[in-house]
Design a protein around this ligand. Structure first.
Ligand code: G6Q
Length: 545
């Protein structure tokens, strides 16, 4: 079944939302709370270890009803069914979108082209288990008999960001193995990593779904060359692993069949950390923790599939995002985790969200007449409070912000954690309430300012408030909760793509980048310059001088 092709702006709910927006756009959140003591309960969802509070958003019960109606009119229920059952909803590439199958239980059946893929998924999981256990325990060793100490993940984009983010996020659970990530084709990146490595004790994982990506090929070749300056050719079999769908290219590179972890074309790069692309995660935190990560994602999959839309976390968060993007005209969203471990989360979600929904063609090929993909950014709190929060509080732009926090710290330092979380709660409260002229006046007076000084300073110390936030509060940053959190955002992406009537699972913009550099590289390496605009030509000439 293909996804339906409906222009969302033609639905009755869209029309109603447009009128409703005019009616409620100026309503202050503060008064909504004053008038409804149950608002926090009405607009929140408790699920598993999570409390998702979306009551500090500029919505009323009518807004939510209309947004849910929009979801129904866009046939979200049918789309979810198509997504989970392996229909080729990635229409422009003719592929299913089944990262959910990678974390399904062994008992499930997921059919792709007439074949249940679950046994294969579990076969690879077993291989990941055996391999990671053997490396961690020291049973598998390098060519001189020494245990491995360092893992280098060589990949880019979806073959880098997921594992890089997750190994950082699960830093608390890390074992003795040091993990490194080489992604950029910038040679300085790989050479900086090489400085830290010992060829006798380093394991290289070349992660590339296509095994043709220029960056990954170049970094893999450079690392192999460096390795062979120290080790004999036969040592490659002990030190180089590949995760890919391209068996022929792997063989050409010299990696033996045993050392290959296959992937499937029904897993998109940016959703692939649940496949063998996550091998570096399993190595870094051990297979049991890795499996917990998958189980957490599976629990969120079940919630998304089964909870009714009004209590469905990814559905609600996606609809809120559509509300701000398409009716308030908000262009960006911030994601602020209050844990240093999640410092790569927004970079990871930038790819997931912006690569998926950064599309301007509707599913019928016509240009859309409304805004799609939101711009995502963020850094951990409290650091971000001392940096760009100024703009969220007092700038001219509306930036709906997700606050992600945990009830318990991992190292048990409660004093620090209380301070961290006091900031977490205080920020969402302040963003909503703002500060009125009366409050500022009182504050300035109490601190001894004259009336003249107060009049001069007052406008600058005003906070308009009414800045929307969503709070995601979970128990601890466990592998399971991390899995659920990532899956939450994955499904949010899906729902938004359905509402916007776009294809979320292709990435022609990224493919373009892969082709563009090839022609110019040729010109940089040879003397003939091709046909370029004046600027590009001058720049290339200056570079070559
Ligand atoms: C992800 C994208 C992209 C991809 C990289 C690496 O969804 O398609 O980021 O993951 O370009 O591709 P390979 O894994 O094929 O090297």
């Amino acid at each position: 079944m293909a996804l339906p092709k409906i222009d969302p702006t033609t639905t009755p709910s869209w029309q109603q939302l447009t009128a409703h927006y005019e009616a409620i756009k100026a309503l202050p959140l503060k008064s909504l709370f004053q008038n409804d003591p149950k608002r926090a309960e009405t607009f929140s969802i408790e699920w598993d270890d999570f409390l998702v509070d979306y009551s500090k958003n500029r919505i009323t019960e009518e807004t939510v009803q209309l947004l849910l109606q929009l979801a129904r009119e866009m046939q979200l229920g049918t789309a979810i069914e198509a997504y989970f059952s392996g229909d080729p909803i990635n229409e422009t590439e003719g592929r299913a979108v089944l990262h959910t199958a990678l974390r399904a239980t062994r008992e499930e059946t997921v059919m792709v082209a007439g074949k249940n893929v679950i046994p294969e998924v579990y076969e690879i999981r077993e291989k990941i288990r055996g391999f990671s256990n053997a490396v961690i325990s020291g049973e598998k060793r390098g060519y001189t008999g020494k245990s491995f100490t360092d893992i280098v993940n060589i990949g880019i984009g979806g073959s880098d960001l997921g594992p890089a983010m997750a190994t950082e996020a699960l830093g608390f659970y890390k074992n003795h193995l040091k993990t490194h990530f080489v992604s950029n084709v910038d040679g300085d990146h790989v050479h900086e990593i090489i400085k830290k490595l010992d060829p006798e004790t380093t394991l290289f994982i070349v992660v590339s779904k296509s095994f043709t990506t220029q960056e990954t090929q170049s970094n893999a070749e450079t690392l192999k060359e460096w390795f062979l300056q120290h080790a004999p050719e036969t040592a490659i079999g002990k030190h180089f692993i590949a995760v890919s769908t391209n068996l022929e290219k792997i063989r050409e590179f010299g990696i033996t069949e045993d050392n290959v972890f296959p992937m499937w074309d029904w897993v998109g790069g940016r959703f692939s950390l649940w496949s063998a692309v996550g091998l570096s995660i399993a190595l870094s935190v051990g297979y049991e923790n890795y499996e917990q990560l998958l189980q957490g994602a599976n629990a969120m999959d079940i919630h998304f599939k089964e909870a009714k839309f009004s209590e469905n976390i990814p559905v609600i968060l996606a609809l809120l995002s559509v509300w701000y993007n398409n009716f308030f005209g908000a262009e960006t969203e911030a994601i602020i985790p209050y844990t240093q471990y999640l410092h790569r989360l927004s970079a990871y979600l930038q790819q997931g969200i912006m690569e998926s929904n950064g599309k301007s063609r509707a599913r019928n090929g016509e240009r859309v007449g409304y805004e799609t993909g939101t711009i995502i950014w963020g850094e951990p709190g409290t650091n971000s409070q001392h940096a760009f929060f100024q703009l969220i509080h007092q700038g001219t732009k509306l930036i709906p912000t997700d606050f992600i926090g945990f009830k318990k710290p991992l190292h048990g330092n409660q004093q620090h954690h209380n301070k961290l979380m006091a900031n977490f709660f205080a920020q969402t409260e302040a963003l909503m309430n703002g500060k009125t002229a009366d409050e500022v006046h009182r504050e300035l007076k109490n601190s001894g300012h004259s009336e003249a000084e107060i009049q001069q300073l007052l406008p600058f110390k005003l906070f308009e408030g009414n800045k929307p936030t969503t709070t995601i509060l979970a128990d601890t940053l466990s592998p399971k909760n991390l899995g659920a959190l990532i899956a939450l955002y994955e499904h949010k992406i899906f729902v938004q793509g359905v509402i916007w009537n776009i294809f979320s699972y292709d990435q022609w913009g990224v493919e373009l980048g892969k082709q563009l550099a090839k022609t110019i590289l040729n010109e940089l390496e040879n003397s003939e310059l091709g046909n370029h605009d004046g600027s590009t030509l001058r720049l290339i000439q200056f570079f070559k001088e």
